[in-house]
Design a protein around this ligand. Structure first.
Ligand SMILES: [Zn+2]
Length: 349
C-alpha cells in the first residue's frame, strides 16, 4: 500500500486538481512511495519487488520501473508476462518506456514487464508448482507462491493505480487477433477500451482469480490486451499494442499526442471455438481478422495419408479472433475462434 508522500510536495497549490476522485488518487506531483522507495516528480526509477527467497537462499525479485511525471495526472500500471511465456507485452512495455519522458508526462506509470519471473525464466505459462498466476488473484500473504505473488502485486502495484493494462498473448500454440477484453458495461472502462483502437474489442465476463477481476473489484479500470502467440515477438501485435497504450494515455490526459488508429475497431459479443469432429492435420483457409459467414468452409482435417477426415465450418457469422498454429489436432480441439460481431447501429448480426 502506498504510505503517501514522505516530503512536502514541490508544488503546494491548494487548488491543484486531483486526477480522479477514486480511491488512492492524489496529486501526482507529490513524491511517489513505491515498495519502500520514494520517487520524486520528474523522475524515473527501477525498483525491485521482493518476490520470494529460493531454496538456495537466493532472493528473487520482480523488477518495476516507475515513471513519475512532473505534472499531475492518474496512475496507470502496465503489466506483462503474468503468464511467463507471453512475450509480446514485454516488448510493448520496453517500447513504451522508451517513449516516456517524466518532464512532460502527466501522472505516473508503473511498468512491470515480467510479473511471473519464474515462468519467464522457465519459458512457461505457469509457476513452478503448475499454478496459473492469473487464477490466483487477489492472493494472500500466507498462501502458495502464486497466491503470495498475486498479493504482492495487488499491494504494491494495483493499490496505487486508477487504471491498468495487462498484456497477454494466446496460449497452447494459439494466436490471437489483437483484441481488448474488458468490462464494457463500465462506461469509463469502455471509453479507454475504445480509445485503445485494437482491431477487436470484446466484453468479457471476468474469470475468478484473474488480475483484471481482482483489480476491477477495487474500482480500478482494467484493460486486458490479447495479441499474437506465446514465445514469439509478433511485429503487428506489438505495433498495435504500443499505439494502443499510447492512445489510452492520451485519453487519460497523460500525453498530449495520440498515434493514429489503423483500421476500425470491431466489437464482438459471444464467441465460439470451432472444434473438428476428427483428429489429424488441420489446414485452415482463414487468417486472423477475417470475416466469415455462417457455414463458411474454414478448413479441413486429413489423416497422415491425405484422406479428408472432416471439414471445419463456421458455426455462425463473425470475425476470426484466434487460431491454432499447431496443425496437429485431436477431435474436439479448438482450432478457429469466431466472435459474433455486434453492430451498435443495426443490432447484433
Ligand atoms: Zn496470458
Amino acid at each position: 500500500m502506498n504510505e503517501g508522500p514522505t516530503t512536502d510536495p514541490p508544488d503546494s497549490d491548494p487548488e491543484l486538481p486531483s486526477p480522479r476522485p477514486a480511491r488512492a488518487s492524489r496529486p501526482a506531483v507529490l513524491p511517489f512511495s513505491f515498495a519502500g522507495e520514494v520517487v520524486l516528480p520528474n523522475e524515473r526509477r527501477r525498483v525491485e519487488l521482493p518476490a520470494a527467497r529460493l531454496a538456495t537462499e537466493t532472493h528473487l525479485t520482480i523488477p518495476a520501473e516507475i515513471v513519475h511525471g512532473r505534472r499531475p495526472g492518474p496512475c496507470l500500471w502496465l503489466s506483462a508476462a503474468v503468464h511467463g511465456d507471453e512475450l509480446n507485452g514485454v516488448e510493448i512495455i520496453r517500447q513504451i518506456l522508451g517513449r516516456l519522458d517524466p518532464e512532460v508526462l502527466r501522472g505516473t506509470v508503473v511498468a512491470v514487464p515480467v510479473v511471473n519471473v519464474f515462468g519467464f525464466i522457465e519459458q512457461s505459462r505457469y509457476l513452478p508448482d503448475r499454478r496459473d498466476l492469473n487464477r490466483s488473484f487477489p492472493g494472500s500473504s500466507s498462501g502458495s507462491l502464486a497466491s503470495r505473488i498475486a498479493h504482492l502485486f495487488m499491494r504494491e502495484v494495483v493499490a496505487h493505480c486508477q487504471y491498468g493494462i495487462d498484456l497477454h498473448t494466446g496460449a497452447n500454440h494459439r494466436s490471437n487477433t489483437p483484441q481488448i477484453r474488458a468490462n464494457l458495461n463500465d462506461p469509463e472502462t469502455r471509453r479507454i477500451g475504445e480509445a485503445f483502437g485494437a482491431p477487436v474489442v470484446q466484453h468479457s465476463a471476468t474469470r475468478d482469480g484473474s488480475l483484471r477481476e481482482a483489480a476491477g473489484r477495487l474500482g480500478v479500470h482494467v484493460l486486458l490486451y490479447e495479441a499474437g502467440e506465446a514465445l514469439r515477438i509478433d511485429d503487428e501485435p506489438v505495433r498495435v499494442g504500443v499505439n494502443g497504450v499510447l492512445r489510452v494515455m492520451h485519453a487519460l490526459g497523460m500525453r498530449s499526442t495520440r498515434p493514429k488508429q489503423k483500421g476500425r475497431t470491431i466489437e464482438v459479443g459471444r464467441s465460439t471455438w470451432v472444434r473438428p469432429r476428427a483428429s489429424g492435420l488441420a489446414r485452415l483457409d482463414v487468417k486472423l481478422g477475417d470475416r466469415v459467414e455462417h457455414r463458411q468452409r474454414l478448413g479441413f482435417v486429413t489423416s497422415a495419408f491425405g484422406e479428408v477426415a472432416c471439414h471445419i465450418d463456421a458455426p455462425h457469422a463473425g470475425v476470426v479472433i484466434g487460431l491454432a498454429r499447431n496443425p496437429l489436432v485431436n477431435k474436439g480441439d479448438g482450432v478457429v475462434h469466431v466472435g459474433r460481431i455486434v453492430d451498435r447501429e443495426a443490432g447484433a448480426s
